[in-house]
Design a protein around this ligand. Structure first.
Ligand code: FAE
Length: 547
């Protein structure tokens, strides 16, 4: 059985360039796995909000994967960087002693400015599970557009705070469709290895996988895939597997084994706060302003850019508006955040010369969810690790890669649950709505049908072989498919279309895009390793040629 990701990753291929030379030693796996208090302490001490009238040589909007790579590499090259993040720092425990709440007991920390949770899986046994919460600048944003809800992380670390940590390198034969203008040899020899090393990606011990109770659900997934002759693939992750073993043994505070996912993870997951951002801060060249939201970027005097930033309180109210200047601005607000900003700034005259590709070519990575009801002799386990570590790869034959996902509700459900990534051909466009003063997205729910059809190439086959059925109680009453959402927004400022081949917004020297908005709608697998690797590639070029 070939392991997806690890065969094509590994920690080789470190560049000769001076500013990157530290990669092998500083960003090696060993350094990254020391994940507990130290890095978070660094994160806490380094936060210094930007002041009105300040000047930043490099200003990075957003602290997710693209922003963190940009900040670290610029800082290592000696550039002073200021990162602006609309979400919280997530470095201070609440009254329960924990920074993050659990999935099964969401409180005010769970959602971005909502008074009711909006769980992706919103029903159980046909009953709605969402509950009232206090409005707060919580960690997970369920951003609603006309035909789709887009889930995103909010806070220092972006999506790395909320995601499942699945760190998947696309199969090389699929890469040409993912980023057609990018040299695949460079990506697979240099930038994917650099990204996986930087993120601290490792694989589960196969012997432990085969025996631990908390992955019974994955082993059931493997059995069913293999009995239907579907390729089953272990998937690497950024979770600290040794820590998880200690959780299972009862010698460490439980995290993945205590239902922590979606709303943050208090221990074993190596989010960006513990990897790229910690190292960026350690250079002494990076400061971060949490609860600060960029609303405008426009050319200023002397070749600088004028950036308008709103400071927020935890109720989401604007407490101050700051105007700063920057020599270079990196848009790293995520596919939705960057696209919304650029579309608005083009339409309202702040950046009128942005090209006509801005806002186009947005996709949902073909996300669709479903559950299957197993027989009573096929339990999936009452203790389920929240960290997925396997998938069913039917991309070549059926256009679907299904993550075997947990259903960590703490009781036996006899359910198998999956998030599928499919080759959905639909692409949507962001546009400025002058009447509402908002940016709209023209995605339609019906556009999920190709994704459902592709996912069915896996699950119809398994159901037929096993004599099982779909669950109809997880997304409504008698509703099989979770077709209303995506976890993986991609595109809106696509590489070599809206930007040049390295993310430069060429009409405005010094403006760059460096996040998931560069990728045209689909990565064939979970996207953050590709976002990180592309950012590594682009920032290396930008540092060597533009600075
Ligand atoms: P992202 O990480 O979203 O960072 C953007 C940052 O910019 C955020 O922190 C925003 O708060 C901030 N921001 C936005 N607008 C502004 C503004 N105007 N001013 C200041 N700050 C702003 O972008 N991917 C995987 O590969 N594997 C997984 O297992 C996986 N699981 C996921 C599970 C969930 C529930 C979710 C929501 C996502 C998951 N993803 C997963 C997707 C992954 O987290 C996502 O592709 C990346 O986080 C996107 O990285 P970016 O750098 O583009």
């Amino acid at each position: 059985m070939r392991e997806k990701g690890s065969a094509e990753s590994g920690a080789k291929g470190v560049s000769r360039r001076g500013f990157i030379t530290g990669t092998g030693s500083i960003l090696g796996i060993t350094a990254l796995t020391g994940h507990t208090g130290t890095a978070q302490a660094q994160a806490a001490t380094a936060a210094a909000p930007i002041s009105n009238g300040a000047h930043a040589p490099a200003l990075v909007i957003g602290t997710g994967y693209g922003g963190s790579v940009a900040a670290l590499r610029l800082a290592q090259a000696g550039v002073d960087v200021h990162m602006i993040e609309m979400g919280m720092a997530w470095d201070t425990p609440g009254s329960d002693g924990k920074i993050f709440c659990t999935t099964t007991s969401p409180d005010h920390r769970s959602y971005w400015l909502r008074t009711k949770t909006k769980a992706p899986l919103n029903y159980f046994l046909g009953l709605p599970i969402d509950r009232d919460i206090t409005r707060y600048t919580g960690i997970l944003d369920a951003e609603e557009f006309g035909g789709i809800t887009v889930y995103q992380g909010r806070g220092v670390g972006g999506g790395s705070l909320v995601n499942g940590g699945m760190a998947v390198v696309p199969r090389r034969e699929n890469f040409g469709a993912v980023l057609p203008s990018v040299n695949a040899d460079e990506m697979y020899n240099t930038y994917y290895p650099r990204a996986t090393a930087g993120l601290g990606v490792t694989s589960i011990d196969p012997a432990w996988f085969d025996t631990t109770a908390c992955y019974q659900y994955s082993r059931v997934g493997r059995k069913h895939a293999q009995r239907s002759n579907l390729p089953f693939v272990p998937v690497p992750n950024v979770y600290d597997w040794n820590y998880m073993k200690q959780e299972a043994a009862g010698t460490a505070t439980k995290s993945a084994l205590a239902g922590e996912i979606l709303y943050g993870n208090n221990h074993g997951k190596k989010s960006l706060q513990k990897t790229y951002i910690a190292l960026a801060k350690a250079t002494g060249n990076v400061t971060v302003s949490p609860l600060h939201r960029v609303t405008s970027v426009a050319p200023g005097s002397g070749g600088r850019y004028t950036v308008v930033i709103e400071q927020l309180d935890t109720g989401g109210n604007v407490t101050a508006t700051k105007t700063v200047t920057a020599d270079r601005v990196f848009f790293a607000a995520g596919s939705v955040g960057t696209s919304k900003l650029l579309v608005k700034l083009k339409a309202t005259g702040a950046l009128p010369n942005l090209n006509g590709e801005i806002g186009r070519n947005w996709g949902d990575n073909g996300n669709v969810m479903c559950g299957r009801a197993n027989h009573l002799w096929d339990p999936t386990g009452s203790l389920q690790s929240t960290i997925p570590c396997s998938g069913i790869d039917n991309w070549a034959a059926g256009g679907a890669f299904a993550e075997v996902a947990p259903l960590p509700v703490g009781i036996e459900t006899f359910a198998s649950f999956y998030l599928s990534i499919t080759r959905n051909p639909h692409r949507a466009q962001f546009s400025w709505n002058a009447a509402t003063g908002r940016v709209d997205l023209n995605w339609q729910t019906a556009w999920k049908q190709p994704s459902i059809d592709m996912a069915k190439t896996i699950f119809d086959k398994i159901n037929a072989k096993e004599g099982t059925i779909y669950r109809t109680d997880l997304f409504g009453v008698y509703k099989i498919w979770g077709d209303h959402l995506t976890y993986h927004p991609l595109g809106g400022a696509v590489l070599n279309q809206a930007t040049d081949n390295y993310g430069r917004l060429t009409a405005y020297p010094g403006l760059y895009v460096i996040d998931g908005s560069l990728i045209p709608g689909n990565t064939s697998v979970n996207p953050f390793v590709t976002i990180t690797a592309l950012a590594e590639r682009n920032i290396e070029k930008i540092i060597s040629t533009d600075l």
